[in-house]
Every structure is written in C-alpha cells, then in structure tokens.
Ligand binder design. Structure first.
Ligand code: GDP
Ligand code: ZN
Length: 348
C-alpha cells in the first residue's frame, strides 16, 4: 500500500538528466524496486525516489538483497520528479553505491528439501532499542523487561530502558521502587531513563539518546510507546507497533520503514521485531545475554554448565552471595525453560 511508485515509465522524452552531485543518504522505505532515500546533508529537503542503476558498487560481497531499509547509500539525483504512495512529489534519483553495513537484523527462513537456512534482512544498521516499561498501568514486570533485554543482546543492539508513566507514582515510590531498579540495570551497562509522556519528564534525555542512532521501540501494548515518540517529536507515531500480537484477523502492513528525527537519526518501524530475532536464531548463547553473568561463567566446574542445577556452578553461587539479582537469575531460568520447550517442539 505504501509502496513508492515512479510516476511513469522512463523513456527518452521523460527521463531526467543525471546531475553531477552524488549524495549520501539513508534508505528509509523500499518496495517494488523503488527506494526512498533520505538525503539529510542536501538542500533538497525531501527524500529522493531512487532506483538502482546498472552495476552497484558494494563494500561487501554481493548479496541477494543489494539494498535494504537502513542502508547508507550514495545516490545521484535526476532532474525529473516522481510521486510516492502518499502523492508527494519527489525528485528521482539513482542509487550507485551501498556503503558497508555495520549490522543487520534478519529473519531466518528454511528453504528446500534440506531446509537450507537463509537469512532475510529486515533492516540494516539498526543499533539501538528503546525498551518502554510502564511503572503503572500496566504494572512494571521486570521479567518482561529481561526478555526484551535478551532480545536486544541476542541481536547486539544497545538498549535504553524507559521507565514510563512516572507521573502515576509518588516521589517516595520512585525512590523505593524505581531507583533501585535503575541502579541495578545501569550497573550492567544499560541506560535507564525515568520518563513521562504526560508531564515531559525525561523526554529531553530520551531525545538526546535517540540522536544519530537508528532505534527501534519495544514494549507491550499500552505502556506509552506512541505517546513517548509523539512527545519526542510531534507527529512521530509508531504506526504498526505491536498490532502483530493483538489480532490474527487484523490487517497490517509488513513493511519496514525509518522515520527521520529532527535532531538526526531515525526511529525504525520493524513489524514483528519480537520474532525477527531471538528464537529463530537457534545459536543464541543465553548466558551471554546476561552481561552480569560474564564475570562468573569461567568459574563453573563444568564448562557446559547450564547454571541451572549443576554442582560447582559459579553463577548460582553469585546469586546466593547477592552478586547477581535473584530476579535476573529467575528470568534466566524461565527463558532457558522456554527455549528448551521450543527446541523440543521443533523436533517432535
Ligand atoms: P503504546 O500502546 O505503547 O503505544 O501506548 P500509548 O502511547 O498508546 O499509551 C497508552 C495509554 O497510556 C494512553 O492512554 C496514554 O495517554 C497513556 N500514557 C502514555 N504515556 C503516559 C505517561 O507517561 N503517563 C500517563 N499518566 N499516561 C500515559
Ligand atoms: Zn554454572
């Protein structure tokens, strides 16, 4: 539906002339061989509607997906114009080069009789996730937070944690309940923010953290993801969000898109992001997704220790000594159980 379209078939009469300028930009939307490229450095002000021309210069070996959303590209604007799906008149251009991808997030697919594993890239260069948890309405659930953190870790994305709706609790409750949690998670190297989309608390900090990153927003329904984004930048909404988990009959677009931020950087709308990664990558090393376990992993008696029941487990000892939070260890055990169940289901 939102697929960008070139207005007309190109022929000698309508083809625009290529300009001399080669611009660096980011692919913010893709579909049907047409790419919207945001060229922030340019005076153009609007994205370019691009096709890929001829031989693409690629920094890496050729891929079946030469250009994906999130890619940084070099594009040459034309003098002609086309229209995107919303009817915006946009200058056309050609992508000539794709810069090397710093990272990518993909979905594994199994194809053919031998179930060959193929990875389809959903978005490139995503580097941060904003995990939104409400302190109330719905009540804070640290286990859910830990699951989101594992999802981020397993995809090598830096998490920022927003404890949102802070206006719904008293200063005393914040001191007693939220600040200890914030310290717990910041000791692991995560960034915790206390926010309120209602009063504006913490929004400036959130804006700063979003700057110059490509971030995805994670969180359950109703925690305030859309409200937070709208507070960060008016009109910035998360269109698809978690519609995926809500209704089977509901129509959704499965397109990935990036929304530019005024201060630089993008919010990535990645439908189904919760399933894009984690369980489809069977090779996730769960203990490594708990950064505070790292100190102890070499101290276990068995080097294949699951840290569940084995004697001489250094992780369990650290929990008993209070060096690892019991809530975190509980989350580890629950996720471990779920993974085992998922693997068992797959082979039965
Ligand atoms: P989403 O489903 O995560 O996108 O959540 P929404 O942004 O739609 O917010 C769900 C509900 O929570 C709405 O009624 C919002 O007005 C409300 N809400 C969001 N953020 C806050 C906040 O910081 N404080 C309060 N009191 N309500 C909020
Ligand atoms: Zn162990």
């Amino acid at each position: 539906m939102t697929e960008p379209q070139l207005t007309q078939a190109k022929d000698a009469a309508t083809d625009g002339f290529a300009t001399d300028a080669l611009m660096t930009g980011t692919v913010v939307r893709a579909g049907g061989g047409v790419y919207e490229v945001d060229v922030q450095e340019a005076t153009i002000g609007e994205p370019l509607l691009c096709q890929v021309r001829g031989k693409l210069k690629q920094g890496r070996r050729a891929s079946t997906q030469p250009v994906v959303v999130g890619d940084k590209v070099r594009a040459r604007p034309l003098t002609s114009f086309g229209a995107d799906a919303r009817g915006r008149r946009l200058r056309e251009g050609y992508i000539e080069e794709v810069l090397p991808r710093a990272s990518w997030l993909g979905r594994a697919r199994y194809q053919g009789a031998r179930a060959q594993k193929l990875t389809q890239i959903a978005v490139a260069n995503l580097d941060q996730v904003i995990i939104v948890m409400a302190v109330r309405e719905p009540n804070l659930n640290t286990h859910r937070l830990d699951r989101f953190l594992v999802l981020a870790e397993s995809s090598s994305l830096n998490p920022v944690i927003c404890f949102n709706k802070c206006d719904l609790i008293t200063k005393r409750e914040i001191k007693k309940e939220i600040e200890p949690l914030a310290s717990l998670y910041s000791a692991m190297g995560y960034v915790p923010l206390l926010t309120s989309a209602e009063t504006g608390t913490g929004i400036k900090d959130l804006r700063t953290h979003l700057q110059n990153h490509i971030s995805a927003v994670l969180g359950s329904s109703g925690v305030g993801k859309s409200s937070l984004l709208n507070a960060v930048q008016l009109g910035l909404h998360l269109w698809v969000g978690d519609v995926m988990e809500m209704g089977k009959g509901r129509h959704i677009t499965t397109e990935v898109s990036l929304h530019p931020l005024d201060g630089g950087g993008y919010i990535a709308d990645v439908p189904g992001i919760k399933t894009v990664s984690l369980l489809e990558q069977q090779d996730v090393n769960l203990p490594l997704c708990f950064p505070e376990f790292a100190l102890y992993l070499n101290g276990c008696r068995f080097n294949n220790c699951s840290h569940e029941h084995e004697p001489g487990c250094a992780v369990r000892a650290a929990v008993e000594e209070g060096a690892i939070a019991p809530s975190r260890y509980d989350s580890y055990l629950k996720i471990l159980q779920d993974e085992k169940a998922a693997i068992k289901n797959q082979y039965s």
